[in-house]
Design a protein around this ligand. Structure first.
Ligand code: SF4
Length: 356
């Protein structure tokens, strides 16, 4: 992998502006001195078939609690510059920079694998989050419908599902979502980090615009699908001051709940983020970096549970307070968004269960 900056042609419409070295790579490849980055061809997104046999993951982190997740894709074309899922690409010999948003792995067998999993006699009905690490409605989903087919499986089994997305495409699946809602089997989490269209375009280049995401909240809420607005991540000095407006806009669109997460910059995401900040917001970068450090014990990232994604210290506390006060003001989080497994139906006749 090389870590040299690429031409503006190559990085147009991308979050990361380069490919940092993979932390597992033992060999470092550098570009020839005579290579002119401006000669590089525009970067096209490539798609690969992912033949994983294991789809559903169980995590149990002390700060987030037990969680079952499913990711129909690896990598995410939305390309949010801060995305904390980026380092997962390094396990495949790729970079967490441009590779993460331009080399996408598609689990086209996901619906069959899910059906198999839910058919097992050992499956304990429980909510599954789709997705924990990539966006299930990233652009390629429009054509491939892998997420849609997974939702059809959830509906057949009436197993609860929680969806997290930054894309208006979720409304395409309204027919399935409405049915899931009848069994109290779905919640939607629409992530909106800013109402500033320019900032969104630079920071989350291929996700839906903030206005489209608000429209997604409105459409889902109108059809009785419980929606939470996620202001994630909060970047101190860049979008923290928008918390009240974001929550108000979410509430006005029909969200009943809200959540927030502070910026997390593990591994070389720090380099990708700082590089981006200095390119697009040079006048603010010093202040933002010093505020991030203020909430992570003088560092750009702290991996400790209960600190990562939350921060410590006065500045982080002020942000949490602003969030709580705004939630109260706009009547959010008054009642929890609950799903139930009471309607779960397991088709034990499915052929998969015969081979357990
Ligand atoms: S939409 Fe989510 S998964 Fe995709 S790049 Fe953005 S933060 Fe990462």
């Amino acid at each position: 992998m090389n870590s040299s900056p690429l031409s503006s042609k190559s990085t147009k419409g991308r979050g990361a502006q380069f490919n940092p070295e993979n932390r597992f790579d033992e060999i470092k490849i550098e570009l020839d001195d005579e290579f002119d980055p401006e000669d590089a061809a525009p970067l096209k997104t490539q798609f690969f078939r992912d033949t994983t046999k294991k789809l559903v993951n169980q995590s149990d982190s002390p700060d987030l609690g037990p969680m079952t997740t499913l990711n129909p894709y690896r990598g995410c074309e939305h390309g949010c510059v801060y995305c904390f899922a980026r380092p997962t690409h390094e396990y495949f010999g790729l970079s967490l920079g441009l590779d993460f948003e331009s080399k996408i792995f598609v689990k086209d067998t996901a619906p069959a694998l899910l059906e198999k999993e839910l058919s097992k006699k050992s499956w304990q009905p429980r909510p599954v989050v789709i997705s924990g690490a990539t966006d299930p409605y990233q652009p390629i989903e429009k054509r491939l419908e892998v997420t849609r087919q997974c939702l059809e499986v959830f509906l057949r089994f009436r197993n609860p599902v929680g969806i997290i997305t930054k894309n208006f495409l979720i409304t395409r699946d309204l027919d399935i979502l409405r049915e899931l809602a009848q069994y109290q089997c779905v919640t939607a989490n629409i992530s909106i980090t800013t109402l500033d269209a320019k900032l969104a375009r630079l920071m989350e280049p291929r996700a839906s615009t903030p206005q489209e995401r608000l429209r997604a909240i409105e459409t889902l809420a109108k059809h009785n699908i419980p929606v939470r607005i996620m202001t994630a991540p909060i970047i101190p000095g860049l979008n923290d001051y928008e918390i009240p407006q974001l929550l108000k806009a979410g509430r006005d669109a029909g969200a009943v709940a809200a959540g927030h997460v502070m910026l997390r910059l593990p591994y070389a995401i720090k380099d990708v983020f700082v590089n981006w900040l200095e390119k697009y917001y040079p006048e603010k970068s010093k202040k933002i970096i010093s505020r991030i450090k203020a909430m992570y014990n003088g560092k750009l990232y702290e991996s400790e549970h209960f600190i990562r994604g939350r921060g410590v210290g006065e500045y982080a506390d002020n942000i949490h307070r602003l969030f709580s006060v705004s939630c109260r003001k706009y009547g959010l989080n008054k009642t929890p968004m609950i799903t139930t497994t009471e309607h779960f139906q397991n088709n034990h006749n499915a052929q998969y269960s015969l081979f357990e």
